[in-house]
Design a protein around this ligand. Structure first.
Ligand SMILES: Nc1ncnc2c1ncn2[C@@H]1O[C@H](COP(=O)(O)OP(=O)(O)OP(=O)(O)O)[C@@H](O)[C@H]1O
Ligand SMILES: [Mg+2]
Length: 220
């Protein structure tokens, strides 16, 4: 599903990832951890093709960075949902439209959109907030909207970068439960966090980075 082969990423003169290789199979739930600056966000950005590798090859869902044309990037991204810490919702659109937009830009019909948005809202327990504006929601609720937005297109891979970073422990636990459910439906998840509490005792695979190197890759 995702393969990194001898991947190096350099920003100016900082080597963010150094010759790293690993593979993730379909349906895995993998935590990417390590201290600040270790390269976690860079690793996710490479998968999302927000950044390109300087050396090595990344292949994702049948696409490979050595042959990929820029115009194919939007198609690849349809396979990938993203949730970040600093969730960005459109402030002038309600919850329903914030989620529907991901499908509208792909030309999905409004009837199917309605079904899929309601299904996504059900998963994150926010059906009753469909008509609310983001400003009327708590931080935890807003983050749940971004999760619904990320999964409404039924991506094969979900990338999460410190998605609970701004939330209290109860809200974080709720979000972790939702991620479990999404993974149980077959979606491959890569979850970047420096917070061990989020993955200890989960039995998930943990890839630990330090200064751009993989220093650990095993089951928790
Ligand atoms: N756009 C950029 N330009 C220059 N350097 C960058 C850029 N993005 C990241 N870096 C550097 O690359 C290294 C890895 O950064 P990255 O954001 O991947 O770390 P991280 O593990 O996600 O850290 P954090 O836990 O603080 O989010 C750091 O040294 C960082 O300063
Ligand atoms: Mg980061």
């Amino acid at each position: 599903m995702i393969h990194f082969k001898n991947v190096t990423k350099i920003y100016d003169n900082i080597t963010a990832l150094r010759n790293i290789s690993f593979s993730i199979e379909k349906g895995e739930y993998v935590f990417v951890t390590g201290p600040s600056g270790a390269g976690k966000s860079t690793l996710l950005k490479l998968i999302y093709l927000a950044e390109k590798p300087d050396e090595g090859i990344i292949s994702i869902a049948g696409y490979s960075t050595d042959t990929l044309k820029d115009r194919a990037i939007p198609y690849l991204r349809r396979n990938i949902g993203v949730v970040f810490q600093d969730f960005k919702l459109l402030e002038n659109k309600n919850v329903y439209d914030n989620i529907a937009i991901a499908l509208r830009i792909r030309g999905v019909g409004e009837r199917e959109i309605r079904e899929r948005v309601h299904e996504a809202l059900k998963l994150v327990n926010l059906r009753h907030k469909a008509d609310s504006l983001p400003s009327a929601l708590s931080g935890g609720e807003q983050q749940r909207v971004t999760i619904a937005r990320a999964i409404v297109g039924e991506p094969t891979v979900l990338l999460a970068d410190e998605p609970t970073g701004n939330l209290d422990a109860d809200n974080a636990a709720g979000i972790m439960k939702i991620f479990r459910e999404i993974n149980a439906r077959g979606t491959t998840i890569l979850f970047a966090t420096h917070n061990r509490d989020l993955y200890k005792n989960t039995g998930c695979r943990v890839i630990k980075l330090d200064s751009g190197n993989i220093v650990y890759d095993d089951l928790e």
